[in-house]
Design a protein around this ligand. Structure first.
Ligand code: ZN
Length: 449
């Protein structure tokens, strides 16, 4: 059987008329357009879901206007100074680490250098496809980690110096090793499936890969609390007592069935205060750091848990997962277009998209895509976090405890109450402490009116 694109226009490569590469390339012509169109359609649907599902307006603007944001968030000059000097010590290292990681990934993925490494590490193991993919991913992940390791050590030293980190260096090393191993394993699995699809269905692989990627995001969101979280922390139900009874009553008043509030052993690593909600359906859990229980008065803990209940009430994990799944599918279709229609594959030293030596290029494109998606995710996240704040205020009707809690979080976590706007826009997943304190004032104005 001859497929139309093989017997079609006579195009000869140096090796002869019909090569696998030639077939993939020509089949790709139409495929490239379809991939780009799919990416565009999915991209637009992500934008629509974000536009519709994001709570852009939370409180009506009072006649006198919103409360002006006090950049100190009401903290003392010493507290602000300490947070600023911590940020000044840490920020350049974080940004350099980010740039360095991406730069190395680009150097490996956009030149034949990474392809050579993939071939070299697989050679002693027979050099087969699976060996190239598995060992290639492992080697490049470890390499990326090693390059940024000195900056990671420096950052941990700074966190120790400011008393934020309580980790022993053994635990730090274990954390780095475990997260690198998880990252390599997940990436290897994703790339094994992707490269299998590219070879199996060379014309439409990107469509199947986009579908698989979306499914993967949903499954990962479900499995995260069951598999990833326990790799780092232990969780126990909050001990019985007045606080636990009050918190479950808050959940009850929110109208959300919460089986339990869990406490994590975060104090093994940090003095920071935090809480979060993860998973959905049967894996949903509200987790409070044990540092919160040790250091916050009950009314502030209630404020924190009320905020987390806001995420549950509004289905934020599910929304985030849906946006993530659609966005990942869009990115995968775009990846398909990039591999089919641009000279990137050749430039990366691979013969075709099905060649495992394409792994370094894929790693770079995934990293770059993730980085580009970050500001969009954070744009949505900040609004969603503000809505959870609104829920906390409505539920507890205690703006004083809420404000005290925000100040205590900023002070203890050494978070800059008013970071540079561009950094907040790029990397801020929550409103700044200054904005959250001002929001509580707006709430008082609004509910009094
Ligand atoms: Zn939150």
């Amino acid at each position: 059987m001859t497929s139309p694109e093989v017997t079609g226009p006579r195009r000869r490569t140096a090796e002869g008329p019909v090569t696998t590469i030639g077939r993939v390339t020509r089949a790709g012509r139409g495929g490239a357009r379809a991939a780009l169109l799919t990416a565009a359609v999915l991209g637009v649907s992500v934008a629509v879901v974000i536009a519709v599902r994001t709570p852009w307006h939370l409180l009506p603007e009072p006649p006198g206007g919103f409360t002006p944001v006090d950049p100190t968030a009401g903290l003392s000059p010493e507290q602000v100074e300490r947070a600023k000097s911590f940020a000044a010590a840490l920020r350049p290292a974080s940004l350099t680490s980010l740039a360095l990681g991406l730069g190395v990934s680009a150097a490996l993925g956009l030149t034949p250098l990474g392809a050579r490494i993939v071939s070299a590490v697989a050679r002693p193991f027979g050099g087969g496809r699976v060996a190239q993919i598995l060992l290639g991913v492992l080697t490049l992940t470890v390499l990326g980690q090693l390059v940024t390791l000195p900056l990671g050590i420096y950052a941990e030293v700074v966190r120790h110096r400011y008393g934020l980190s309580t980790r022993t260096w053994w635990l730090w090393l274990r954390d780095v090793a475990v997260s690198t191993a998880i990252s390599a394993a997940v990436t290897a699995l994703v790339l094994l499936v992707t490269l299998w699809l590219i070879r199996r269905v060379p014309r439409t692989w990107w469509a199947w890969a986009a579908l698989a990627a979306a499914g993967f995001v949903v499954v990962a969101s479900f499995l995260y609390p069951l598999v990833i979280e326990p790799a780092f922390n232990r969780f126990e139900p909050m001990p019985a007592g007045q606080l636990r009874t009050d918190l479950l009553a808050l959940a009850d008043r929110s109208g959300v069935p919460v089986q339990d509030v869990l406490v994590s052993d975060a104090s093994r690593r940090t003095t920071a205060l935090n809480a979060y909600v993860s998973g959905f359906g049967s894996t949903r859990r509200i987790v409070v750091y044990d540092t919160v229980l040790k250091r916050l008065p009950d009314d502030e803990i209630e404020s924190i848990v009320a905020h987390e209940l806001g995420h549950v009430v509004n289905g934020d994990v599910l929304t985030g997962t849906l946006i993530g799944a659609l966005g990942t599918a869009a990115g995968t279709a775009l990846l398909g277009w990039l591999l089919i229609a641009t000279p990137l594959v050749r430039r990366a030293g691979a013969e075709s998209a099905a060649d495992p030596r394409v792994v370094p290029l894929l790693l770079f494109l995934i990293a770059a895509g993730g980085l580009l998606a970050t500001p969009v995710q954070n744009l949505v996240s900040r609004q969603v976090e503000a809505r959870a704040d609104l829920h906390a205020l409505d539920l507890t009707r205690d703006p004083e405890a809420f404000t005290a809690m925000q100040r205590r979080l900023a002070t203890t976590n050494l978070s800059d109450p008013d970071p540079p706007a561009v950094l907040q826009w790029l990397f801020g997943s929550h409103p700044t402490a200054a904005q959250r304190v001002a929001f509580a004032q707006d709430w008082i104005e609004d509910r009094r009116g």
